[in-house]
Ligand binder design. Structure first.
Ligand SMILES: [Zn+2]
Ligand SMILES: [Zn+2]
Length: 388
């Protein structure tokens, strides 16, 4: 079966938040999902309930999803994956054993949808498809990131794979505290590491390979004209190559620039194990489920203090804005966006929401030392190449 085709240089790198709620979704915040657009290719990170509906409301094209990365198997991060797969992979209600269903012939020419997640992801999907009699017309594969404490081979299910599940799904073993290059092509690579939560949870780091430098034509064109060299060599110079001209002069293309790094964390009360991989991130996405906002959040209890709120957040596996800000500062992130908010914190346009979310951003900024943004559903932003 075919895998992902070679990728073109990424023209734009865009992040769209499809869901920013924690445990309970609300009318203004859906369960967790995030789309990363690499040019026109789409990678999803988590796939909470109703992610399909959020995709339809956004400008992200569902048909362009080539990979899905699951941070952990809590329902608010994975409940939406089976209906999404049914739509994306040409699925429909099947018949019982022996029925003559044309979808039993899976198209193996089209690249398989690649899914990455912790132990249990493969079993959850296989069982969900099986017990809903969902037959897929296109194939998928699940690669599991196995923690050092996980069994190396078992799948957590006695069900055999169905036709649409490719047999080349890997079990990727944690090595030296991380999973390096779980995916890599010439343009982009993904590594991952465990982060502390109430269940096994993964943070993902997407790193772009060095990108061509900025070219100044005035530096090259006169030399090319003088030596009657075809202007077409400009494209090679742009790629950083060196060109020897007819008279022996050597022109050097501009040096390549460091590519972009995006760090997408799942739920966590302490992401320290991913700190070294996350170093120098251009964008860090960190949860901030609970905050202490006396005088701003009317639901604040009199007995609460920042310390008690932090203690409660940690005991449930989550972070406060200050914890997120501290981590962003520690890894030297260029930008911090918070997500995964308690249903107490709405994500609409009302003045009340703006005041609360502004205060949450401020709490994170007090530790981070830079401006912080609180994500809202369908918020979308481009990540630029830094001139560092
Ligand atoms: Zn969650
Ligand atoms: Zn969780």
């Amino acid at each position: 079966m075919s895998t992902t085709a070679s990728r073109a240089q990424i023209t734009s790198l865009n992040v769209t938040f499809l869901g920013t709620a924690s445990a309970q979704p609300s009318s203004t915040r859906n369960h967790s999902a995030l789309a990363l657009r690499l040019g026109s290719d789409v990678w999803l990170f988590d796939c909470g309930e109703a992610t399909q509906h959020q995709l339809q409301k956004s400008s992200v094209k569902m048909g362009k999803i080539e990979k899905i990365f699951i941070t952990h198997t809590h329902g608010d991060h994975i409940f939406g994956i089976i209906p999404l797969m049914a739509s994306l992979l040409n699925g429909a209600g099947g018949m019982t054993e022996g029925g003559d269903d044309p979808r039993l012939n899976v198209d193996t020419e089209t690249a398989a949808l690649e899914i990455y997640g912790p132990l249990g992801t493969r079993a959850y999907i296989r069982n969900g498809l099986y017990y809903t009699h969902t037959r897929l017309g296109l194939s998928y594969v699940v690669h599991e990131l196995r923690f050092s404490t996980d069994p190396a081979t078992e799948d957590y299910t006695a069900l055999a794979p169905q036709n649409a599940e490719c047999s080349f799904g890997r079990n990727i073993v944690e090595m030296g505290g991380s999973w390096q290059d779980i995916y890599k092509d010439k343009i982009v690579a993904v590594s991952a590491a465990p982060i502390h939560h109430s269940v096994p949870c993964i943070g993902y780091v997407v790193t772009e390979a060095p990108v061509p430098g900025k070219i100044d034509p005035a530096k090259y064109v006169p030399e090319l004209r003088r030596t009657k060299t075809p202007m077409s060599v400009m494209s090679r110079l742009q790629q950083g190559e060196s060109i020897t001209l007819g008279d022996g002069t050597v022109l050097h293309g501009p040096p390549r620039r460091i590519g972009r790094k995006i760090v997408i964390l799942g739920d966590t009360y302490d992401p320290s194990p991913i700190a070294s991989l996350a170093e120098g991130a251009d964008l860090l996405i960190h949860e901030a489920t609970n905050a202490h906002l006396p005088g701003i959040d009317p639901n604040t209890k009199d007995v609460d203090t920042y310390e008690s709120v932090e203690e409660r957040a940690k005991s449930r596996g989550h972070s406060t804005p200050q914890m997120a800000g501290t981590f962003a500062k520690r890894v030297g992130a260029r930008k911090l966006i918070l997500n995964h908010f308690s249903s107490r914190y709405p994500g609409d346009d009302s003045d009340e929401s703006k005041v609360i979310m502004g205060a949450i951003a401020q709490l994170a900024a007090s530790e981070y030392g830079r401006e912080v943004v609180c994500a809202r559903d369908l918020m979308s932003l481009d990540v630029g190449i830094s001139e560092k």
